[in-house]
Design a binder for this molecule. Structure first.
Ligand SMILES: [Ca+2]
Ligand SMILES: [Ca+2]
Length: 80
C-alpha cells in the first residue's frame, strides 16, 4: 500500500515537474542553501504534497539535498 502511494505521488511530482520544465536542483534551491525545503519545492511544484516531499527526503531531516533530489529523479525518469 505504501509503495502504491509513493508511486502515485511520484507520478504527480513528475508531471508537475514536466509542466514547469524545472528539474535542475540549483533552480529549485532558491536560496542556494544546498538543500531544498518544502517551501522551495512548493514554489516550483505548487501541487507538491508534504507526503511527496517526505518521500524524496529519504533521511527525514526535513530537507531534500542534491543526492536525495537526484535519487528521486533517477527513480522517476519521466521527470527528465
Ligand atoms: Ca534552499
Ligand atoms: Ca534529507
Amino acid at each position: 500500500m505504501k509503495k502504491l502511494l509513493v508511486s502515485l505521488v511520484a507520478i504527480g511530482f513528475a508531471s508537475a515537474a514536466m509542466a514547469q520544465v524545472v528539474t535542475d536542483f540549483a533552480a529549485v534551491d532558491a536560496d542556494a542553501s544546498g538543500d531544498v525545503s518544502l517551501t522551495e519545492a512548493q514554489a516550483v511544484w505548487a501541487e507538491l504534497t508534504e507526503e511527496a516531499f517526505k518521500a524524496a527526503d529519504t533521511n527525514a531531516d526535513g530537507k531534500v539535498d542534491q543526492a536525495e533530489y537526484e535519487a528521486y529523479l533517477a527513480a522517476n525518469p519521466v521527470a527528465q
